[in-house]
Design a protein. Structure first.
Length: 370
């Protein structure tokens, strides 16, 4: 970044991810958090008192603050549609937590609106900022393993190991469940590597401890150029210490296996070994693939995505990692998987137009507790 000019930003939603984003943004050399917004008045007042950041209870008021350039939205998914739309109408750049919305058509509508307004809009799929996963994308762009044939996206972890208290995360109509809450991450990587699927051939949403949502997702997908894909995600796997994501990519000329810790690359006879890689196996570790960040919390990728957003805003660089259109691709994939599992008519592979996009306005007041 050529300049350290700070971007004036407000944060909306002080839940788990909101507090995490607040800590990172408040410590960043690229962002100036001028206000927070949440329906929980006591929490907002505590932030105001101890962090010297203005607390504004009303969302419409906070996004209308003079000098505000951007907003970070970290509310439950069902509120993203209206909040993002209102921020775009205000001319604000937007960082929105994933998934973008509960409708691919609405997500595409918002992506089109952001493009028309020339605004930087990013969704919080932080794995694209993990060095191993981004290096896998670079190798694919270089043709290192030749023509891609198959992608296997996995995630397993001990998130739900007993019946839990009912929250928005345990309700599918609010964006809860393993599919939207966890499978979205490896699926987003799959989209990054091979694009939007043409169809979901088969899928299962399995319950183990949850009542209203699934605890595991298994799906088979078909992409363009005869590429196939498999999704295997289970957030009720007690054999894992924490949630772990892995993507394996098979090509005519080799194979790439990437997770949070290391990148394993096999270059075969018809592959092309880039500089720094050998024929046969090469293993690279996250420590050598991670650029420096301003502030560490939870993982470098969380700070890197926020810094990337701030840089894009400061430089007026509309094309950014995890833009709204790429997030809409993932929303479409999630819809395909759910529709197949529930034996519903699947959405078409082509992105729907804004004209046909369903609306979900009118929930903003409920998002802020009114």
């Amino acid at each position: 970044m050529s300049s350290k000019r700070k971007v004036n930003v407000a944060l909306v939603g002080l839940g788990k991810m909101g507090v995490s984003h607040l800590a990172i943004a408040n410590a960043s050399q690229r962002l100036e958090v001028s206000a927070v917004c949440d329906s929980f008045t006591l929490l907002g007042q505590m932030v105001e008192k101890h962090c010297d950041i203005a607390y504004v209870a009303d969302y419409a008021e906070v996004i209308a603050r003079p000098g505000l350039e951007a907003v970070i939205i970290a509310t439950p998914t069902r509120f993203h549609d209206e909040m993002v739309h209102a921020a775009l109408a205000q001319g604000l750049h937007v960082f929105c937590e994933k998934p973008m919305t509960l409708s691919a058509a609405v997500s595409e509508e918002l992506a089109e609106e952001a493009a028309q307004r020339n605004l930087v809009c990013q969704v919080g799929y932080h794995n694209r900022f993990v060095g191993t996963f981004s290096e896998a994308r670079r190798l694919l762009d270089l043709g290192a393993i030749g023509r891609v044939r198959h992608v296997h996206a996995e995630a397993y972890g001990p998130v739900v190991l007993k019946p839990a208290v009912k929250t928005w995360r345990s309700q599918s109509d609010q964006g809860g469940g393993c599919l939207y809450d966890y499978a979205a991450h490896p699926i987003n990587l799959m989209n990054w590597y091979v694009g939007r699927p043409l169809e979901c051939i088969g899928s299962e949403l399995a319950k183990q401890y949850s009542v209203e949502v699934e605890d595991a997702v298994y799906a088979n997908l078909r992409f363009g150029n005869d590429v196939t894909g498999q999704v295997s995600v289970n957030w009720s796997d007690e054999t894992m210490r924490k949630m772990t994501t892995r993507v394996t990519i098979f090509g005519d000329g080799g194979k790439i296996v990437a997770d949070r810790q290391e990148l394993q690359v096999y270059i075969g006879a018809t592959g092309k070994a880039p500089e720094g890689y050998n024929d046969g196996w090469t293993v690279r570790y996250i420590t050598e693939l991670t650029p420096p960040i301003d502030y560490y919390l939870r993982g470098e990728e969380y700070s890197a995505q926020m810094e990337g957003f701030a840089e894009a805003v400061a430089e007026k660089r509309i094309a950014c990692v995890n833009d709204f259109r790429s997030a809409a691709e993932t929303d479409l994939t999630l819809e395909m998987i759910r529709a197949r599992a529930l034996a519903e008519p699947p959405p078409v592979s082509a992105m729907p137009t804004a004209v046909n996009a369903p609306k979900s306005r009118g929930v903003l007041a409920r998002a802020l507790g009114r």
